[in-house]
Design a protein around this ligand. Sequence first.
Ligand SMILES: Nc1ncnc2c1ncn2[C@@H]1O[C@H](COP(=O)(O)OP(=O)(O)OP(=O)(O)O)[C@@H](O)[C@H]1O
Length: 296
Amino acid sequence: MAVPAIRTAGLTKRYGPLCALDALDLTVPAGKVFGFLGPNGAGKSTTIRMLLGLARPTSGRAWIFDADAADVAAAHRSIAYVPADVALWPALTGAEALELLGRLGPGVDRVYRDELVDRFALDPSKPGRAYSTGNRQKVALVAAFATRVPLLVLDEPTSGLDPLMEREFQVAVAQARERGQTVFLSSHQLAEVEAVCDQVAILRGGRLVEVAGVAELRRLHRSQVEVSFAEVAPDLSGVAGVETVEQVGPARLRFTLTGPPAPALRALSAVEVTALRIHEPTLEEIFLDYYQQPSR
Ligand SMILES: Nc1ncnc2c1ncn2[C@@H]1O[C@H](COP(=O)(O)OP(=O)(O)OP(=O)(O)O)[C@@H](O)[C@H]1O
């Protein structure tokens, strides 16, 4: 099997009595777009700082492909990083910053870089000090997407981008995946995660609460079903996946359904169903569910 792009084993960070990250075991397969989600203070940035060798784990280890994350020189040969809060050199123009950042990695696709400068509507002639927050972010994103490094670590990279640029970002992520690069994306933008990620990990209170494919997350979660029937109410007691059955009208039931719908459909087929409405949870509802579960 291919070496994972990122692997952590028991990765833990304590700040005095606070456990910011508690024994994280995570595997990010190479070539995937992997979302890293969680409410404020969940431990996402702490994890990223340890992956980048910017903070030392209290215990546990992390690897970037074959390199120990603590071996910064080796690990960074495979990583391009875009922080949430991009700082640029005030006196260098955007073009000069792109050159400098390009020299850090194993090579730059210059033609693609010029294309991205256009697509992100970036004026590369301005000095760093004159860029807005969003434009600084664009410089860092263009530099990262134009490198040929196998792993892009993006920490809330689109917080300062407008919707048009957000769309360009999503296209660039898809193109990175097509080239075989791995993208590790920490984000609060759930629509973005839904649009670009193959898999997501959800962190809460320093602990990993879920790792799943986006489609799988939907399957794991409850749908609301409303059924209207002609005369006799269907008997749903003991049907696999059916819970909280309520009578919501003289000939209408509402219930929640988890997992495969076949048993519920079989039970419903015993009566004359006149209407059936299934509401699948949106990804936003699913995430809010995870985020709002009571903490440890
Ligand atoms: N240097 C530090 N000293 C003390 N506590 C810290 C330090 N850095 C982070 N923390 C704490 O560790 C916890 C995890 O913080 P972290 O920044 O990793 O969360 P996050 O998931 O990135 O949140 P956000 O979405 O707000 O960026 C928080 O409770 C934070 O206050």
